[in-house]
Design a protein around this ligand. Structure first.
Ligand SMILES: Cc1cc2nc3c(=O)[nH]c(=O)nc-3n(C[C@H](O)[C@H](O)[C@H](O)COP(=O)(O)O)c2cc1C
Length: 198
């Protein structure tokens, strides 16, 4: 395991469970300490999109010594306090509901509280919002959070890389998350734009 402080992964009930799965898988593949927090709507979406019960996925992740999960209402978990050091947090996917709560300073569950801690402690906070189309309140909430230092990473395909399918798009988003969290200095070479092909 690395000496890095844990990275917190918040999973909310927006579409895109596959991105959360890929993010945690990659953190654990690198033996990076990982704390996962999952809202109740996210469990429902997980079942629908992954065809798998989130609890079964947890059992699989829990085989890795670097992995920890806390229940969404466990406000006594270490990540609820700014005194507990983390390397930052990504919310992937980030629902408009959770983004609105965060932008309004609400922290009524452990996921929101942990993200709020990142904001107040000036730690990296990465949001991967998933909604379309976006109305003005969605946009204003994201602007508020961006101005507070959060990095907003919409899960947009890099069309110029000519993705061959969903997994190429997901890999690109995960690579973007790692750069935004400062876990990587740059995108992998094969995900960098190299200019027009002659
Ligand atoms: C299948 C499914 C897909 C959803 N997709 C989205 C989405 O892409 N974006 C979003 O903001 N909400 C989406 N929702 C609605 C959220 O789950 C809902 O607003 C919920 O209250 C979010 O709660 P949370 O922020 O605590 O996870 C979806 C719900 C379901 C059941």
């Amino acid at each position: 395991m690395t000496n890095l402080n844990p990275v917190v992964v918040g999973i909310t009930g927006a579409s895109g469970a596959v991105m959360a799965r890929a993010t945690v898988d990659e953190l654990l593949r690198r033996d990076i300490p990982t704390v996962a927090l999952c809202s109740n709507p996210a469990r429902m979406v997980w079942q629908e999109e992954m065809g798998e019960n989130f609890t079964d996925t947890l059992v699989e992740w829990q085989e890795h010594p670097a992995f920890v999960h806390y229940p969404i209402n466990d406000l006594r978990a270490p990540v609820a306090s700014g005194t507990y050091p983390t390397a930052g947090m990504v919310i992937v996917p980030a629902s408009m509901n959770s983004i609105a709560s965060l932008a309004g300073g609400l922290s009524g569950n452990l996921l929101l509280r942990s993200a709020d801690v990142c904001l107040k402690e000036r730690r990296p906070l990465v949001l991967v919002p998933r909604e379309t189309p976006l109305h003005s309140i969605h946009l204003e909430n994201m602007l508020t959070l961006s101005r507070m230092g959060a990095v907003v990473v919409p899960p947009e395909p890099a069309f110029y890389l000519k993705p061959q399918g969903i997994s190429d798009i997901v890999d690109f988003v995960v690579a973007r998350i790692f750069v935004a969290l400062d876990l990587d200095q740059s995108m992998p070479y094969d995900m960098q734009y190299q200019g027009p092909v002659e």
